[in-house]
Design a protein around this ligand. Structure first.
Ligand code: SF4
Ligand code: SF4
Ligand code: SF4
Length: 346
């Protein structure tokens, strides 16, 4: 164990605890940009620098473990002036696009620029200009807004295990790209979009559909499979604009391509909303009572004429465990046959 003092408050923690984690336990805020609690520390953005008594230079608190007797200062005038300079450097080749950017109002960089009151920039000069080439249907990449925090690279590797993207090139021309800069071809889970702190990565489906301010957020369960990931539907004018997932859910905010991007079916005009019965070769919309009476009558007729084993039931992975349990009970106890199976075995 190590006894550490941060801004005058003392705490005893395990020795491999980072200064950032210890400060969080003491409820002392340290600003970060590249840090994400579910990913390994990177120390790339230099926002979380702190001073340690007896050390000649500031260190990044997300990558520095505490040691016994350490005394840390998180917000001295010197540290704040360095943080402001680092922020100015990050913003020096960043497009002033907040007025049209999808992320405005929900952007960590914009929040920091506001907090530090940065309008003019001492370091203005050459700008990075990237050709956008995104043939994929899901993710828009605007690399001019990328701050090279590396969260997307880490989540793709450490959470999704895909390694579709990485840092490419060197120095000023560094950028996040695929191998040999080919088009993105991956699982399209969108984890990278969800952890990007700026507008560099956006879901194509929700571009220009509305900013967060005017949206109602409803927590619900993904309808696609029995895993039941928790999702949040962002709704405006009775239309789902976007699906996200909160960090504090059992699925930890991670989703698959279906859960994150496969929601347009809800508004599809082709969606079946009422039961139908086929009569004389054509489907007719009917009430639920009529449809259920029809099914019950036909099942009884078939069972009476051909026996219970002439019937079978096939249920769905998109139902909950409870629904699947009730379904097999109905087939076994209600109909009287063990001919019951599940689409996941096909
Ligand atoms: S990424 Fe953030 S700071 Fe950059 S233009 Fe968009 S909202 Fe503004
Ligand atoms: S969508 Fe998923 S698999 Fe594709 S690059 Fe992003 S994190 Fe990696
Ligand atoms: S694309 Fe976003 S998450 Fe990836 S490095 Fe750039 S700013 Fe960070």
């Amino acid at each position: 164990m190590a006894k550490v003092t941060i801004d005058g408050k003392t705490l005893t923690v395990a020795e491999n605890t980072t200064i950032l984690q210890a400060a969080k336990l003491l409820k002392i805020p340290i600003p970060t940009l590249c840090h994400h609690p579910k990913l390994t520390p990177f120390g790339g953005c230099r926002r979380c620098i702190v001073e340690i008594k007896g050390m000649p230079r500031p260190v990044t608190s997300c990558t520095t473990p505490v040691s016994d007797g350490m005394e840390v200062s998180t917000s001295t005038p010197y540290i704040e002036s360095l943080r402001k300079t680092v922020l100015e450097l990050i913003l020096s080749d960043h497009p002033n696009d907040c007025m049209t950017c999808e992320q405005a109002g929900n952007c960590s960089l914009q929040d920091l620029a506001y907090e530090y009151g940065i309008r003019d920039n001492r370091f203005g000069g050459e700008r990075r200009v990237y050709e956008t080439r995104d043939g994929n249907p899901f993710i828009e990449r605007d690399l001019e807004k990328c701050i090279m925090c590396g969260r997307c690279v880490k989540v793709c590797d450490e959470v999704q295990g895909v390694e579709a993207i990485d840092f490419g090139y060197r120095g000023f021309m560094s950028k996040i790209c695929t191998s040999f800069e080919q088009d993105l071809e991956c699982e399209f889970c969108g984890q990278c979009v969800s952890v990007c702190p700026t507008g560099a990565l956006t879901g194509k489906l929700w571009i220009r559909k509305g900013r967060r301010g005017g949206q109602m957020e409803t927590d619900t369960t993904c309808p696609y499979c029995g895993t039941g990931c928790n999702v949040t539907a962002h709704v405006k004018d009775n239309d789902i604009l976007k699906i996200t997932s909160r960090e504090k859910t059992w699925n930890e905010g991670w989703l698959c391509v279906k859960g994150r991007f496969g929601y347009r079916f809800v508004q599809s005009p082709e969606r079946l909303k009422k039961p139908m019965i086929k009569r004389n070769g054509a489907f007719e919309e009917v009430s639920w009572d009529e449809a259920l009476d029809h099914v019950a009558r036909r099942l009884s007729e078939i069972k009476e004429k051909h026996g219970a084993d002439s019937l079978g039931g096939l249920s769905s992975a998109r139902c909950t465990n409870e629904e699947n349990y009730a379904f097999q009970k109905f087939i076994r106890a209600g109909i009287g046959t063990n001919n019951v199976d599940h689409c996941a075995r096909l």
